[in-house]
Every structure is written in structure tokens, then in C-alpha cells.
Design a protein around this ligand. Structure first.
Ligand SMILES: [Zn+2]
Length: 77
């Protein structure tokens, strides 16, 4: 679970209110990802961040996205 205000979180981007919103957005992102994986039978090792997808030339979702937490939470049974 993403901890608001954690060192790898979003707090440093904009401030405390954004941090609160980001935690809700983070949880929604994990929930949506898990739902899509279940419905379309997508294996966890096939999920990539946009900027880490082969052929993509974006940095999205950015260096402040809690990548490690996301992949851990996304794989949670
Ligand atoms: Zn993107």
C-alpha cells in the first residue's frame, strides 16, 4: 500500500493536498489494474509502466510514481 508522504511518493511534487489525492488515485490505479488483469486474463509479468513499454518514448508516469509499491500491490492476491 502506498503510504502518503513516503519518500518515494508524490508529496514532493505539489504539496499535502495533492499527496492526499495521489494516495486515492494510487489505490484506484491498483484496483483498476487488478480488475483489468482479472477480466482480460493478463499475467502480472505482462504489465508495464507506459515509459517502460518497449517502443514508447515517454517518461510517464514519472520518477515520483511509487513504482516498487505499485508492482507489489498489483501482484497482491
Ligand atoms: Zn503515459
Amino acid at each position: 500500500m502506498f503510504a502518503p508522504g513516503s519518500a518515494d511518493g508524490f508529496k514532493s511534487v505539489v504539496g499535502p493536498r495533492w499527496d492526499e489525492a495521489a494516495a486515492v488515485q494510487y489505490d484506484a490505479t491498483v484496483t483498476l489494474c487488478r480488475d483489468l488483469m482479472r477480466r482480460f486474463r493478463i499475467a502480472a509479468d505482462r504489465v508495464t509502466l507506459h515509459g517502460e513499454t518497449p517502443g514508447e518514448a515517454t517518461l510517464c508516469p514519472g520518477k515520483n510514481f511509487p513504482r516498487d509499491s505499485f508492482f507489489k500491490d498489483m501482484r497482491r492476491a
